[in-house]
Design a protein around this ligand. Structure first.
Ligand code: ABT
Ligand code: MG
Length: 149
């Protein structure tokens, strides 16, 4: 199933110069970058993006963290990209994330876990529309490249 997902290198990942490393992993996997930008998230956008966590004890800290510095927002495309990218990111808490995953290799604590990825087709659509305009995204089609899965 051809899908798009929203992935984002969080402020800790950007500050630790991990953008290239993370982009490289998804490229090598065979997925395709459909849009990307370096940006700083406003408190309003952060509240919307993390709306499902409103009221939870870690919500304020989460908004503070995600707005604390630039993030690298991306849209990736590919066959089953939502599930595949979540697997490549590893468990939410880096202490449970296996070596070989992004959080398993680079993260230590749950509040600063390097990368975000949409967790379902519904959240992917919501988050892509929250962060990107249609004209900021490119459309790939099979005839352009036989290695787009
Ligand atoms: P995100 O990609 O950031 O959405 O993480 P993921 O979907 O893997 O995990 P969820 B449950 O959505 O966590 C959102 C952010 O909240 C942080 N968090 C979560 C805590 O700090 N303490 C907690 O107890 C839980 C459950 C981790 C996630 N991000 N950051 N940064
Ligand atoms: Mg989440």
């Amino acid at each position: 199933m051809m899908q798009k997902t929203f992935l984002m290198v969080k402020p800790d990942g950007v500050q630790r110069q991990l953008i290239g490393e993370i982009v490289s992993r998804f490229e090598r996997k065979g997925l395709h970058l459909a849009g990307a930008k370096l940006m700083t998230i406003s408190p309003e956008l952060a509240q919307q993006h993390y709306g499902e966590h409103k009221g939870k004890p870690f919500f304020e800290g989460l908004v503070e963290f995600i707005t604390s510095g630039p993030v690298f927002a991306m849209v990736w495309q590919g066959e089953n990209v939502i599930e595949i990218s979540r697997q490549m990111m590893g468990k939410t808490n880096p202490k449970d994330a296996l070596p070989g995953t992004i959080r398993g290799d680079y993260g230590v604590i749950v509040g600063k876990n390097i990368i975000h990825g949409s967790d379902s087709p519904e959240s992917a659509e919501r988050e892509i529309n929250l962060f990107f305009n249609q004209e900021e995204l490119v459309e790939y089609n099979k005839s352009m490249n036989e290695w787009i899965y």
